[in-house]
Design a protein around this ligand. Structure first.
Ligand code: COA
Length: 106
């Protein structure tokens, strides 16, 4: 488990088993008392920078279909909705999102 922590929140990034050029991101959150101030966007940019720095080519994450704030964060950062499925654990709908990781300009 690889956890990254910043003053505004935290996230995890793991290589996908058998395809280590694809990262799976999870556990992304802004500290409760700091939410609604635009820091979700800021933290996502830090995550994108970490993904570039670690040399990943592509990243995925999942999000509950009711989580409008996280969807705004993903869309703003250039992520795409790939698929959705009925989640037999939550009873809700879970979305799978993905993003190609652009390399830093040389
Ligand atoms: C999702 C989360 C990271 C967003 O962080 P945040 O700092 O609260 O969000 P921001 O202030 O940066 O706002 C991001 C966007 O979401 C919108 N938003 C914020 N709170 C919202 C809410 N409760 N409902 C709908 N939209 C909301 C903002 O208006 C903004 O939209 P914009 O880009 O159109 O201006 C944060 O709410 C959080 O940690 N939630 C709990 C954990 C979680 O759900 N993590 C995601 C797991 S996949």
């Amino acid at each position: 488990m690889t956890r990254f922590a910043y003053p505004e929140g935290c996230f995890h990034i793991e290589p996908t088993p058998a395809q280590p050029q694809v990262a799976h991101c999870y556990g992304f959150f802004v500290f409760h008392h700091l939410r609604g101030k635009g820091l979700g966007h800021d933290l996502k940019q830090k995550q994108m920078s970490v993904l570039r720095g670690l040399g990943y080519d592509y990243a995925t994450c999942t999000v509950d279909s009711n989580n409008q704030a996280q969807m705004r964060v993903l869309l703003w950062a250039g992520w795409d909705l790939l698929a959705e499925f009925k989640n037999s654990k939550t009873g809700g709908v879970t979305e799978l999102w993905g993003c190609a990781i652009k390399k830093d300009a040389a």
